[in-house]
Design a protein around this ligand. Structure first.
Ligand SMILES: [Zn+2]
Length: 126
């Protein structure tokens, strides 16, 4: 269906609406902030495409262990503060490293719990 709102020039809005109240994204009061955020994110995405990347040789090594993550996070902070990497790139890198860190920490805690269960099982078998 077509949006039921009237545009600033007095003409009916011709945008398609799939919202319950018959308004398009641009005219829906609750969706305006969302639409702005999406446009800003689009701007960020195109900015990122034009960013220079850091050669692998400059990166702080492998990203496979919790200690690696603890080396990467301050590297990212230093790189963004010294202008070596763009803040958007830093935000992405930070998110990625934290995701790896979360994964590794949850695996480590799972390993500890399994060992504890194995100890209990072994002591009951005696
Ligand atoms: Zn509209």
């Amino acid at each position: 269906m077509t949006c039921t709102a009237t545009r600033a020039d007095g003409q009916p809005c011709r945008a398609m609406s799939n919202l319950v109240d018959g308004l398009c994204q641009a005219h829906h009061p609750g969706r305006a902030a969302e639409a702005r955020a999406r446009r800003a994110a689009g701007g960020h995405a195109s900015a990122l495409r034009t960013l220079e990347s850091v050669p692998a040789s400059e990166l702080p090594g492998a990203l496979e262990t919790i200690d690696d993550c603890k080396r990467w996070l301050p590297w990212i902070a230093t790189a963004v503060l010294t202008g070596r990497i763009h803040p958007l790139r830093a935000a992405q890198a930070n998110t990625a490293v934290r995701a790896v860190l979360n994964q590794l920490e949850s695996e480590a805690s799972m390993g500890k719990r399994i060992k504890a269960l194995e100890r209990i099982t072994a002591s009951k078998a005696k």
